[in-house]
Design a protein around this ligand. Structure first.
Ligand code: NZQ
Ligand code: ZN
Length: 394
């Protein structure tokens, strides 16, 4: 049955070659006067994009404050640094240049500046809800997290190793500038990890017991097939513009909630389990998801059989005759083969880490805390289930 839903995806997209040159004018259109520019390590400097954006903002006489050095699995201390800098210079807009880590840092700073008398980490610890947030925009350089159009924000507290998400429409970006050409400099591992993340945002919403809507499933299946096809092309030819474009647009559609309309809120337990791996071992998010998913899928598929069979048939092209169980298992195997074909891991060992029993128990315990009441839809997981999924993934 089709679930009732609300869908509002207000992020304005500027897509294509040269789109970045308009960034200053776009910011003006959105009412910005003083902008905090948030970027990462070296890639935006090296590609020349950072200088180009600086120039575009200067052309519009915008005041600019800069915060570089955001790292993957972005840290709350960098967020605090950005809040202080932004308050000092009275910024009224936060612009990220980069991927999920820079955009999430920008969102967290935007929350922190808007409620300067409160500790922003309280949002991630789920102790309160935000009541205000500065406007955020991005110039995207990696197709992956979908943060450019999502209401999510994921930050790691380096003191405790907790990686926590806070979702709120207040931080949904006003705009995203996307020129696929700027993603061509990505190392293959980051490109393919990004493709996995995009696919997983779709699959998290697909494997659900909460509702059914044919049009939503068709969009999700088409998106998955398109990303798989282009992930293979990019594995061989990283400078194929059209493949970059397909994947980049898919990244935004996969996480702006389009693919859960009528299906309920999705499962998201692979994500929850991976976030703990990221918090404890600082692994690349998409690769971490590839390492967890097969174990999760084999643990839960009997409780979500119809969708696993549909996935095997419509996405993985499984044509064998057999029981539902055989078809579902064949679909999971085919996904593992696909991950291997693009250089992705299919278990934690291949991810390059070896958590101890104690670390697994700790991750499962933290995961339970982070999930609250949302412990999956394909199957609701207990802490014992989480421990078993981590163990089976080793
Ligand atoms: O710091 P630089 O030098 O820019 O290097 C980055 C970084 O090392 C590099 N990179 C980015 N664009 C590049 C490039 N290198 C060469 N050329 C380019 N054009 O790529 C590395 C990874 O960047 P990052 O921003 O971390 O990648 P991604 O977009 O995958 O973001 C991952 C983060 O987003 C969170 C993840 O948990 C993780 O912390 N997520 C955020 C979500 C959201 N807000 O909605 C949802 C996701 O499920 C996810 O959890
Ligand atoms: Zn993700």
């Amino acid at each position: 049955m089709v679930n009732s839903f609300e869908f509002h995806s207000p992020t304005k997209i500027y897509f294509g070659n040269g789109a970045e040159n308009r960034t200053g004018a776009i910011l003006r259109d959105f009412g910005a006067t003083s902008v905090l520019l948030v970027y990462g390590g070296n890639s935006a400097r090296k590609s020349g994009l950072l200088d180009l954006i600086r120039y575009s903002l200067k052309e519009q006489n915008l005041s600019v404050t800069e915060l570089g050095g955001v790292v993957p699995n972005p840290r709350v201390n960098k967020v605090y640094e950005g809040i202080s800098a932004g308050l000092r210079t009275h910024v009224d807009f936060v612009l990220a240049i980069g991927g999920g880590s820079c955009i999430d840092t920008a969102k967290a700073i935007a929350y922190g500046i808007a409620e300067a008398d409160r500790d922003v980490w309280e949002l991630f610890a789920h102790k309160r809800k935000a009541t205000a947030c500065l406007p955020v925009g991005s110039v995207l350089t990696i197709a992956a997290a979908g943060s450019e159009s999502s209401n999510g924000c994921v930050i790691t507290n380096e003191a405790t190793g907790e990686k926590r998400a806070y979702d709120d429409d207040l931080a949904r970006p006003k705009f995203a500038v996307m020129n696929p050409a700027y993603t061509m400099s990505l190392p293959d591992f980051q490109t393919e990890s990004g493709c996995v993340d995009i696919m997983m945002h779709t699959m998290e919403r697909y494997f659900t017991n909460s509702g059914n809507m044919e049009i939503t499933d068709a969009i999700a299946e088409g998106l998955l097939r398109t990303v798989m096809k282009n992930a293979v092309i990019l594995h061989q030819n990283p400078v194929n513009y059209d493949a970059r474009a397909e994947v980049m647009w898919a990244g935004s559609l996969a996480h702006n909630d389009l693919t859960c309309c009528g299906n309920g809120g999705g499962d998201f337990m692979s994500h929850q389990l991976e976030h703990e791996l990221g918090g404890m071992f600082d692994v690349t998010h998409g690769a971490g998801l590839a390492a967890i998913w097969p174990s999760w899928a084999r643990y839960v598929y009997r409780d979500c059989m119809t969708r696993f069979v549909k996935f095997a048939r419509n996405v993985m092209d499984i044509t064998i005759e057999g029981s539902d169980e055989e078809i579902a298992e064949a679909g999971i195997c085919a996904m593992e083969n696909f991950y291997h074909s693009i250089g992705m891991p299919v278990n934690i060992r291949e991810l390059g880490i070896a958590p101890t029993e104690g670390q697994i128990e700790e991750m499962a315990d933290r995961c339970r805390t982070a999930c609250g009441e949302h412990r999956g839809s394909a199957r609701r997981l207990s802490v014992e289930d989480m421990i078993q999924i981590y163990k089976n993934a080793r």
